[in-house]
Structure formats: C-alpha cells, structure tokens
Design a binder for this molecule. Sequence first.
Ligand code: N01
Length: 538
Amino acid sequence: MAKSQNIKSLDAIIVGAGFAGIYMLHKLRKLGLLAKIVDAASGVGGTWFWNRYPGARCDVESMFYSYSFDEDLEQEWEWTERYPAQPEILKYINHVTDRFNLRNDIELETSVKSTVYDENNSKWIITTSGDINFSARFCIMATGCLSAANIPDFQGLKNFKGRVFHTGKWPHKNVNFSNRRVGVIGTGSSGVQIIPEIAKQAAHLTIFQRTASYVAEAFNRPLDESEQAKTKKNYSEIRAAAKKTFGGFTNVANDQSAMDLSLEACREKLEEGWQAGGNSLMVAFNDIADNENSNMRAQDFVRDKIRQAVPDLELANKLSPEHLIGCKRLCLGTNYYETYNRDNVTLISLGKEGVEGLNADGVIVQGSIFEIDDLVMATGFDAMTGALSKIPIYGKNNVSLNDSWAAGPRTYLGLMTYGFPNLFIVTGPGSPSVLTNMLPTIEQHVEWIAECIEYMDEHNIRVIEPYLKSQDDWVKHGNEIASKTLRYSCSSWYLGANVPGKPRVFMPFIGGMPAYREKCSAVVAMGYEGFKLSKNTE
Ligand code: N01
C-alpha cells in the first residue's frame, strides 16, 4: 500500500500512454478533471513505442489508423504511405500529445505496482515505481490488447550465448544483423514483417515455423497529395460508413457468397480482392469468415499464390497453411513468401512439438542443433488480458482481478467488471477491440467513458459498477455468438491458445461493431442499464 505522504489526489488515473490513454487524458481534461497518465515506457505510443522491430508497420491504412475526434488534426496531418511504418505512427502520436499539450500530465518511466480499491472512500490507490503514488476516483486501464510480450519458456534459453530479442520489446538502437546467423521463432504478423528485413542483412536466416500463416500481399505504396486531399474532403462520410461495417474498416464486403459463383468467377473476384491489397481478400465475399466452403475457396486461392511465389514445391507446401483462413488474424506482408527463395534463408517446420529447447549454440529441433548467433522471438503476446494480469489489481473485498478472471475474463461490454467499481477498461475483453480497426474502437470507448463520468457528476453519482447478472448475460451472449463462428475453431490468441495454461475463452466480442455500438448507446439511453449507480450520499 502507498505511503500516505506520497499520495497525490486526482480525479482519474489512466494507465498507458498509447492511443487510448492519450485520447482519454484529452477528454477528461476537457471535462475539467484532474487526470494523469502513468506509463512504464520512456515515451508515448504504447504498442508503437515498443514494437520498433525492422519492418514494423500497421496493417490498417494510415488515413484510417488515425484519430477522428479533431477535424483540424485530421486535415493537417500528412501520411506518407498507404500503410504506416512504426516510426511514422510514433511521430503522429507524439504530434497529437504536443498539439493538445498533454505531456505535462504524463508520468513516463513509471510503472504501476498495484491498484487497490479503498471501499471506505470509493477511491483507487495506485502505487507506482516512481516517487509519487496516486489516489483517484476513477482508474482507467488503457493498457492495450497486445502489449504483454509472450516469451515462451524454452528449455535452456538462458544457456544460449547469443543475443536474444522479442519483436514486442525491441531495443531502442539499431540492431545490426550483418554477418550474423539469425534464428526467428514465430511466423505471425510480426514474424511476417521482420523476416524479409532480416533476410536482406543476415549471413543466414533460419525460420522456425510451428504454424504456417496466410499472408496477403499488402501492396504498400507512397500516398500522393491528391489521394490524401480526396480522402480528407470526404473524411467524415468515409469514417461514418466504416462504422457500419463489421470491423470498422473502410472496405465494405461484397454482398455475395463465394459459393454463388462458378469456381472460375469466384477466383476472379478473389484476385480482385488480392490486388486491392491488405484485408480486401477477406471481404471479396460476405461469407469467407463464416462459411466453410467459401473459406476453402479462399484458402485454395492463397495456397496457389504461395506456389506461384515459391517454385520449390516442397518448400511451398511447408509454407502453405492448412487451417481456415481468417481464423487466426490474416497477416499482411511484402515479399514474405518470396523471401524463402533466397539462398541465405532456411525454413524449419517444427510440427506440433515445437522447439525442443536451446543450448549455448542455438535452437534444438527434434535432436538437431541449428547454430545461430542471434535469436529473434516473434512469438506474439499474452493478448487482451496479459497487461492487466501483470498489475496486482484489488477490487471490493480485496478480491484480485486475476482471481476474478481465473477461468477467463468476465466483463460487462468489455468496459467494466463486477467487483471493481469505477475501474474502466478501454477495449477490454468482451468488446470488439482486436477484431476491428482499433482507432475508431478506442475512440468509441473513450467517448463512452468520458460521457459516463460526465453523467455521474451531473447526477451526483459517486460510484458505477456493473451488476453481476448483466455481466453474466453479456459474457453468455458473447460466448453464444462466438461458438457459432469458424474463428472459434482454431488455436489463436483470440482464444488465449498461444499461452500455455491460459483459459480458452474467445475474448473479443464477435457480434460486430454496429451491434456493439448500438448496445452501448442503448445502455446509456436507458440510464446506464445493467450498471449499479450509487449516489454520493449512499
Ligand atoms: O503474434 P502471433 P504476432 N514455439 O501470436 C509462434 C498484431 N500485430 O506478434 O501459430 C514455436 O500472431 C506462433 O505459432 P502458432 C496483430 O493483431 C499487427 O505475430 O501458435 N512457435 C506464431 O507463429 C497480430 O495478430 C501487426 O503455432 C511459437 C508466432 O509465434 C498480433 O499483433 C504487426 C511458440 C506468434 O504469432 C500478434 O502478432 C504485428 C512456441 N512456443 C502484430 N509460441 C500489423 O499491424 C508462439 N509461437 C501488421
């Protein structure tokens, strides 16, 4: 517990200086609240601060991976590429931080040691690694969905004598791979981006692949002024239309089943989707994600693309995924499959057993040692709950969030959880979050939370907490929808399947953005239906 002399009293504390935390601080300031952000990093940016590995880039188009809350900001910022690279995103979030003069309320290099609810005073006590601890009526967790690195417990890892990196915790200096033998474990979105970059530099690159990925060509390119001007002219209309789509993306699904066309006509449409770049392939039809037969047509189409990119049939087969497409998040790449044609690149298929371990010299797979100088783990994240579970959070009756969520996360709307009054989560489990374009999704949550706090103050309400029943009903509803989808059937991080021992629960809400937004608005319209609101006098 914090020492009382060091406690600074605030209206709200925000944990995390990523896109969610930065906008939350801005909104609360506008309400006249005393709020601060704390973040362990030495700069703002959240995931984009840490994921600075070579090739790191967002798979949502830059013009829409940006805030919409301020028209001037929207109009003045110039993006340089269709898909923004990490340095440009970091520059953007720094620009926003300065433009709205937020920096003096951000405590960097300060990690949260514990967050404890003081029931008598209805306040959260936040103990930090810094000199100051905080007490605040509201605690807002803007800790991100993909921010806690998943570092597998490889046997013998500590004996490995070379350099070890994780893509999600990349060093802040240039890492030179020239003349080095490098091993990469992991072929998800991060691996797909870093592999072609390391291959260009390293003496030799060995990739250890447990599951092959579907990788759509990004077709990244520079953005010219006229294209930007055209989008900027219609920004609000385009963004409004995107909010009506399942994932809040700008490309609207073709309203047709892949099974309605002949195979030849279907493949023509898939080719159009492929050439449009990014996730356009997935929306070439309206049922690739839902109908097994349509999905199979899209799978076959990508497997053919792999065979075209990689002439060595055995190698192409090893790179060809067998699972449903879109079940794990579709990766976006640039020359990913072609990279395997290089003489300095070797692919090792691990099979289900995975990596046996490491010794001083390298990676051991089925008894063979693959000697390397550097190991890069592109092994992903303890998604959606990892960042929260690392902070000891104690709510009512001193119950910890980890205990409450021992069988999987439970929230009402992904925004709050029973037993943890006045603690909000931005894009928490139980909200659409990672299944959508994160920027509009973050904005919707931040605005909902700010509006809720404003309502509470206007109505003399001290505390908000979801009823257990509303939370149970929401979790049940989410599970019912998820269990009928194809995505439920594969071992993805959406289900926590990538982290040994993590409960298998489909964490994001998969009912789509429009239905979710409607529900959130209806809850507000009904006077925060499903939440217990307690007055100051109670
Ligand atoms: O992580 P992942 P990621 N032994 O979990 C393998 C976002 N993102 O960092 O599939 C051997 O997808 C694992 O194998 P398997 C995006 O939402 C976005 O790549 O579990 N291998 C897999 O191949 C994305 O979905 C962008 O069998 C092990 C890989 O490591 C999310 O972040 C860029 C292993 C992990 O893939 C996560 O992506 C980057 C083990 N013990 C990230 N453990 C863009 O915007 C794990 N693996 C483009």
